[in-house]
Ligand binder design. Structure first.
Ligand SMILES: [Zn+2]
Ligand SMILES: [Zn+2]
Ligand SMILES: [Zn+2]
Length: 266
């Protein structure tokens, strides 16, 4: 059946893998050798299309390949979660979107993250020397809710080892549409209340073994239940379990993200 109106929100999982991706270089484990395309996981990021201002959450190391794979030809803004390499090293690939839009791309995130990005990629932030075909960014450090396209975006500070990362909550007309918590070791009570009854939760569910900076799949499932999320997807996944085996052990309402997963909200 063809659509007569554009969806309110289309969320595309560009990458669902942990920092090294799956398969891992040189690994011969069954998951790294799997022929299931869902076991090929690039580094974690999202593409969010809401009709007027398509934006990314993070510029993962694999950004160029992800955009080519998904046919993405427009990005109007980026939300950054934190400065770890897997989430930022695709930054230079934004140059093509700056070129196509002929403008500096607004980027949002924790002040500390944007300062680190400005040190890592000084040319992208230098308004004097940048050429039209270079990546050109306009940093917006954020702490509280801010408007973006049709949404109100609320940063969700969560612990991730020694770093505090931002998750993000997207709301529109009083609906909590999406919460994205890609890298976290816990979800504090105030963040749980902020995302309570969210329609879609995409959350760090790294692996079964406890990890000092990430949630296990079991912890993520418990948090999803506490938050009363209507639909949850685990992301930032390692090679320790195949997509199929991971999915088999999950309760109703909880699934496993994969590269290319598209979630439509009307
Ligand atoms: Zn990460
Ligand atoms: Zn492996
Ligand atoms: Zn991280």
């Amino acid at each position: 059946m063809s659509r007569t109106t554009a969806p309110l929100l289309r969320v595309l999982v560009l990458g669902s893998g942990t920092s090294q991706g799956v398969p891992m270089i040189g690994c011969r484990c069954p998951v790294c050798l799997s022929r299931d395309p869902r076991d090929r996981r690039t580094r974690a990021s999202l593409y969010v299309d809401e009709g007027t201002l398509p934006f990314l959450i993070d510029t993962a190391t694999d950004l160029r390949a992800q955009c080519l794979r998904e046919g993405i030809s427009d990005v109007g803004a980026v939300l950054y979660t934190h400065h770890h390499a897997d989430h930022v090293l695709g930054l230079d690939d934004l140059r093509r979107f700056c070129e196509l839009r002929r403008e500096r791309l607004p980027i949002y995130g924790p002040a500390a993250t944007l300062e680190i990005l400005a040190r890592m990629f000084p040319y992208a932030f230098d308004s004097k020397t940048q050429m039209a075909t270079y990546v050109r960014l306009l940093p917006h450090p954020v702490e509280g809710p801010f408007p973006l396209g049709r949404f109100i975006v609320t940063p969700l500070p969560v612990p991730h080892g020694h770093v505090t990362t931002f998750g993000y909550l997207l709301e529109c007309a009083g609906r909590k549409l999406l919460a994205y918590l890609s890298d976290c070791q816990a979800v504090p009570e105030n963040i749980l209340s902020a995302i309570r009854s969210v329609e879609v939760l995409i959350i760090d569910g790294l692996r079964d073994e406890p990890h000092p900076t990430h949630l296990t799949a079991e912890q993520a499932v418990k948090i999803a239940a506490h938050a009363e999320a209507r639909q949850t997807y685990l992301t930032h996944l390692t090679h320790h379990k195949s997509h199929r085996d991971r999915e088999a052990g999950l309760p109703g309402g909880v699934g496993v993200a994969f590269d290319g997963l598209t979630i439509i909200l009307d």
